[in-house]
Design a protein around this ligand. Structure first.
Ligand SMILES: [Zn+2]
Length: 253
């Protein structure tokens, strides 16, 4: 077969060894990894294993065909999700996971309007301290699934008196438009044993159970409450069905 790639036999062998295909209802997920990823976590170097995945509409057996499409696929214009794995995730008895929704303002800029950035670092630390786990970074979840540009609009409305839920509704969105199905298929590909889930959001637990996953425990993740995000956190509890067992309740779940 003629291909466009300049891929030599050795590169192909190396890549093929690190790609797995997960068939879905809509097509397939192509999961690439593990890739060694040393991370600076609160000043310490922690080594995670990193995987990234691509949601595809076609089920392709020949990975050369996938590689052929990459250079013209404009993937930088889309979002791809990924997962940081720590320890013996496939076999370890007691693994802890976190499904983290991307937050451009919180994770990257350290915005204090929410506390996603704080939670992201905290969950990586908890996973590393625990010894076995995975942090799923869900890139199609910006602003609870409404996208960054819409989130900017929602922030403007919030500055003018609307809470998180009402602001999203004003813009024509349901309160929470996030879908966990691809992440859960990736989780199943990486581990079949039960997991402990770090969350305060019952919707996430429901999504896990619906997907047939064994959830052994729920561990709340406390947030970083400040004057800037107090109202946002209260809205989560009062209007978005977040659990409130602790004094303080996590946010960007
Ligand atoms: Zn956030």
């Amino acid at each position: 077969m003629m291909t466009k790639t300049k891929l030599d036999r050795n590169s192909l062998a190396v890549l093929e060894d690190k790609i797995q295909r997960i068939t879905t209802d809509e097509g397939a997920i192509y999961l690439v990894g593990p890739i060694r990823l040393p991370v600076n976590l609160y000043g310490e170097t922690v080594v995670f294993q990193w995987y990234c995945w691509l949601n595809g509409k076609e089920v392709i057996d020949d990975y050369v065909q996938i590689i052929d499409k990459l250079s013209s696929a404009n993937l930088a214009e889309m979002q791809q999700s990924s997962v940081l794995v720590y320890g013996d995730f496939a076999h370890g008895d007691d693994a802890i996971i976190r499904l983290h929704s991307i937050c451009h303002t919180g994770d990257i800029f350290g915005s204090k309007r929410c506390d996603c950035g704080y939670q992201l670092k905290q969950s990586m630390k908890i996973i590393a301290d625990h010894g076995t786990g995975a942090l799923f970074y869900l890139a199609n979840h910006e602003g609870r699934g409404i996208g960054l540009f819409s989130k900017a609009m929602a922030y403007i409305l919030q500055e003018n008196g609307y809470d998180t839920v009402d602001a999203n509704k004003q813009l024509g969105f349901v309160d929470d438009a996030r879908d966990y199905s691809d992440a859960l298929l990736v989780l199943k590909a990486l581990r079949t044993k039960p997991v402990t889930v770090m969350t305060n959001n019952p919707k996430k637990l429901a999504a896990l159970k619906e997907a047939g996953l064994k959830v052994s425990e729920r561990k709340p993740l406390w947030g970083d409450v400040s004057e800037y995000n107090k109202k946002y956190l209260e809205t989560k509890v009062n209007r978005s069905g977040h659990l409130k067992e602790e004094e303080r309740v996590c946010p960007n779940d």
